[in-house]
Write a new protein. Structure first.
Length: 80
């Protein structure tokens, strides 16, 4: 099966050797997102609520870059 690395311009460049998203066939595999505000490259706020919301916004940015959206998500896990 052909794999494609999805580039995400809305999020900071990664300093580690993995990708935000890999497309394999009709499936997207998204790396874990954290509550980093892309505009500042720092964790968003100080509360779990703010950081969780930002992590989900970041996930939405990854999906958008891959031509998808939250409407198509079948499963996700949030670790708190």
């Amino acid at each position: 099966m052909k794999k494609e690395i999805i580039k995400v311009d809305k999020l900071p460049k990664l300093a580690v050797p993995y990708s935000y998203c890999v497309k394999a066939g009709d499936f997207l595999f998204i790396a874990g997102q954290i509550g980093v505000d892309p505009a500042r490259s720092e964790l968003k706020g100080s509360s779990i609520k703010e950081q969780t919301e930002q992590a989900l916004i970041n996930m939405g940015s990854v999906l958008e870059a891959a031509g998808s959206s939250m409407e198509h998500v079948v499963k996700t896990t949030v670790f708190i």
